[in-house]
Each structure stands twice: as structure tokens, then as C-alpha cells.
Design a protein around this ligand. Structure first.
Ligand code: FDA
Length: 402
């Protein structure tokens, strides 16, 4: 950390990065490596808070299967250039250089063996090695632009002048961790359009009878395939006391819009009709609820048969009735009432409109020298390390250009 200048002092650097999170620190490292004098400012009391809390304290720092198809945004092509120029392999090389042990949990998701603190320490060491300075507890009161590629920031630590300003202040998720709408405010100040923001990778809530029917199953988890608006995810679904969560639900929440139904395949990877027909042959006297209990948590199977499916001995179903049962099992309808919102969301969808930014440098098309990177931009990844990979890649793209 740097010493803190007196409040009346004016200092000048080449680059000021606002936000010492994943994207901001990576940008500082790349810019510092090119000999730029960089200062990173953060209003929080410590850097990289979201990195620290991520992945259950072990930081799912990238995904080896990252492709542009793993991202949402109004322009699906925007993320391609940055992702191609700073890949998971590049970040893994840095992690390995620092001797941090890691493992793949599932589906290409890489986590630290020990602690996400190792990722923050690594980024700070890298920043320090290239002379980039990082200052916490620093509030930016105003940003002015006295001339082309000339920005003046009035901060709680004095006035700063710089030729390039990088906005890496993240999204709105988890306000208690330092999230603010400051990046959007700056974008607006400099004439950028914003895409509507909403919570993503967030538990969905149920209400009324929809909630009453499952609430007491809270804590129960099952593998499903959930579909909505053309997207589909196969993974665990968890019943909570407010609705539904678990990786499959978090993933689909980014595609869900108020009023949409979800379609849940309760027997993913099986043809429900063929399976029921086979079970009818093999367990003719067993009740449907017992048969379903072979492949679903028993209490869940029981509840399905109390509310959605008529449970009788298997031999009593006609082929047409079996087909109806199969349809319900393959397409169990869920009607969320909303999401848990930014309080628990992992990411913010929407943000700075990518039409106003260069996809190779992240620089504003309107204001030379102004950059937007990371989550503040309208690029949002799936669950599974994709959001950090976007933060590293977009940070690196800007850091290579400022
Ligand atoms: P980030 O939020 O990291 O950093 C922004 C920084 O700007 C913060 O340090 C903040 O204090 C600062 N700031 C904000 N306003 C400011 C202001 N006005 N002035 C100065 N500074 C300001 N992703 C993933 O890939 N793998 C994972 O395992 C997880 N896990 C996870 C868990 C939880 C609980 C959450 C909430 C999120 C995740 N994510 C994740 C998502 C991931 O954390 C997120 O996408 C990145 O941190 C985004 O990086 P940014 O640098 O853009 O913002």
C-alpha cells in the first residue's frame, strides 16, 4: 500500500484504476508491466473482497472450458477478442508461478486447494513487482475531464491527475461487500448508454401455494435439468425455505425474466416414458411413489405424488396415463415469484452498453482514455469461474492498451 498524500496535494500518474477487485488488479498488473505509472483506488477497507468470499473461500478462479458462449450480454460477440487474448491457460500459468495448488471440482471449474487469499496475495505481489500502487479507504468525490486524455479526480486522499482512467468498480451484487453503482454513474456522466441491470446467479423465490407445496422440503437437493428462454442447465437443485437454489437454479436465474415459467426435468438423462414402462413391468405391484423414490429423494417423490401425480400401484396405469406421468416428470412446471435480489446474487446482469466500447481495448468510443472493465460492463458469465475469467481478460485487454 502507498503512503497517503495530504488531502490538498495534487499528484499525477499515467493511469488511475477505480476498483481494486479482480479486473482492476489485473489491469494494473498488465499496465505496470508496460512501464505505466498506475494507481489503483478502492473505497473499501481491503482489496479483492469478492475474490476472498468466492468459491466458498477457495475462489473458483477460472474455467478451463471458457468460450464466448458462456456469457450473456446484448452483444454476444463483444467478449470474444479479450477472452481469446487472455485465456484460462494464461491465468493458470500465473497461479502456478506462485506455487498455488489447485484442483478441478467439476466441469472445468478450478479452485484453490487452500484459500482464495492466495489469489489476492498473488495479484498484490504481481502489482507490487511492476510498481503499481494500490490505495484502499479512498473515496472518489468527483471526476472531471479538463482536456483530451486528461482526467482530474477529487478524492478523500487529495486531487489526482491522470491520462487514462479505468473504471473497474464491479456490479451491484452484495452491497455489504463494497458494491456500488459508481461505475454506472460515471458511464452516464461521460455519455454512455446503460443496459438495464438485474441480479444474476441468484436463488429464485416462490410464493403462495407454490412455496407452501415445497417449503418444508427445505435442504433437499436433487439433480435436474432446468430450462428457460432457450437455455438449459443440468446440475443440482436445492429447495430452500424461500424457494429454489443450487447450481442449476443459479444458472437459469440469469436467463429468467419475471413472469416466465421454468421447465424442470426431474429425471435428466432418462426417457421418463421408457423408464416408467420398464418399472411397470418389473414392479407391477409397487406404488408410483415408491418407484419414484428409487431415483428421487424419497420425501420429494412422496410430495410429487401428493400434489402433482396420482399415486397408485404401477400395474393400474394405462399406457396413456403413463405418458402423462412421464410428461409431468420431464417437464415439472415451476413459477418463480422473483429472485432474492442483489443481497445474495453473485453477479449483476446488464451494465455499460458494449456498443460504446472497443472490444479489443475496452476503451470508450466517446471519450479517449476512459476504459470500462469487469462486471460493470454488460458481459456476464455463467456460474463456474467464467466471471473471474472475464475480469482477468477484460482487465488484461485494458492494461495492455492504457
Ligand atoms: P469486483 O466486485 O471484484 O471489484 C470491484 C471493486 O471496486 C471492489 O473492490 C469495490 O470495493 C470497488 N468499488 C466499488 N465502488 C467503488 C467506488 N465508488 N470507489 C472505489 N472503489 C469502488 N466468479 C467466479 O468466476 N468464480 C467464483 O467462484 C465466484 N464466486 C462468487 C461468490 C460470491 C458470493 C459473489 C458475490 C460473486 C462471485 N463471483 C465468482 C463473481 C465475481 O466475484 C465477480 O464477477 C468479479 O469479482 C467481478 O470483478 P470486478 O473486478 O469487475 O468487480
Amino acid at each position: 500500500m502507498t503512503g497517503e498524500p495530504h488531502a490538498s496535494q495534487t499528484s499525477a500518474v499515467d493511469v488511475v484504476v477505480l476498483g481494486a477487485g479482480a479486473a482492476g488488479l489485473m489491469c494494473a498488473i498488465a499496465a505496470g508491466a508496460r512501464g505505466r505509472r498506475v494507481l489503483v483506488l478502492d473505497h473499501a477497507n481491503k482489496v479483492g473482497k469478492k475474490i476472498l468470499m468466492s468459491g466458498g473461500g477457495r475462489c473458483n478462479f477460472t474455467n478451463t472450458g471458457t468460450t464466448p458462449a458462456n456469457y450473456l450480454g446484448a452483444n454476444p460477440h463483444f467478449c470474444k477478442s479479450a477472452l481469446a487474448r487472455y485465456t484460462p491457460t494464461d491465468f493458470i500459468a500465473m497461479v502456478e508461478r506462485h506455487g498455488t495448488a489447485y484442483h478441478e471440482k467439476e466441469l472445468g471449474q478450478l479452485f484453490c486447494d487452500e484459500s482464495s487469499k492466495q489469489i489476492v496475495r498473488m495479484l498484490l505481489e504481481e502489482a507490487d513487482a511492476v510498481g503499481a500502487q494500490v490505495r484502499t479507504h479512498c473515496t472518489v468525490e468527483s471526476v472531471e475531464q479538463p482536456g483530451e486524455r486528461h482526467f482530474r479526480l477529487r478524492t478523500s486522499h487529495g486531487t489526482l491527475e491522470c491520462g487514462a482512467l479505468v473504471v473497474a468498480t464491479g456490479g451491484l451484487s452484495i452491497p455489504s461487500m463494497g458494491a456500488s453503482g459508481f461505475g454506472y454513474q460515471l458511464a452516464r456522466q461521460f455519455g454512455h448508454d446503460l443496459r438495464a441491470t438485474r441480479a444474476g446467479l441468484v436463488p429464485l423465490t416462490l410464493s403462495g401455494t407454490h412455496l407452501e407445496r415445497v417449503q418444508d422440503l427445505s435442504g433437499l437437493s436433487l439433480e435436474v435439468e432446468i430450462s428457460c428462454n432457450g437455455a438449459s442447465f443440468r446440475n443440482a437443485m436445492l429447495v430452500t425455505h424461500r424457494g429454489l437454489s443450487g447450481p442449476a437454479v443459479l444458472q437459469i436465474s440469469s436467463y429468467w425474466q419475471p413472469g416466465d415459467d421454468l421447465r424442470v426435468d426431474l429425471l435428466p438423462g432418462r426417457d421418463a416414458g421408457d423408464w416408467l414402462t420398464a418399472r411397470q413391468r418389473e414392479r407391477a405391484d409397487a406404488e408410483l411413489r415408491t418407484v419414484l423414490g428409487e431415483v428421487l429423494p424419497r420425501r420429494f417423490a412422496q410430495r410429487l405424488c401428493e400434489v402433482w401425480l396420482p399415486s397408485r400401484p404401477m400395474k393400474q396405469y394405462t399406457p396413456a396415463q403413463l405418458r402423462e406421468l412421464a410428461d409431468t416428470l420431464a417437464c415439472w412446471p415451476v413459477v418463480p415469484s422473483g429472485t432474492e435480489g442483489y443481497r445474495t446474487a453473485e453477479v449483476t446482469l446488464g451494465g455499460v452498453d458494449t456498443d460504446g466500447l472497443s472490444s479489443t481495448t475496452m476503451m470508450s468510443r466517446r471519450v479517449p482514455g476512459l476504459y470500462f472493465i469487469g462486471e460493470v460492463v454488460d458481459v456476464t458469465g455463467w456460474l463456474g469461474g467464467y466471471n473471474f475469467q472475464w475480469a482477468w481478460a477484460s482487465g488484461h485487454a485494458a492494461g495492455s492498451a492504457v
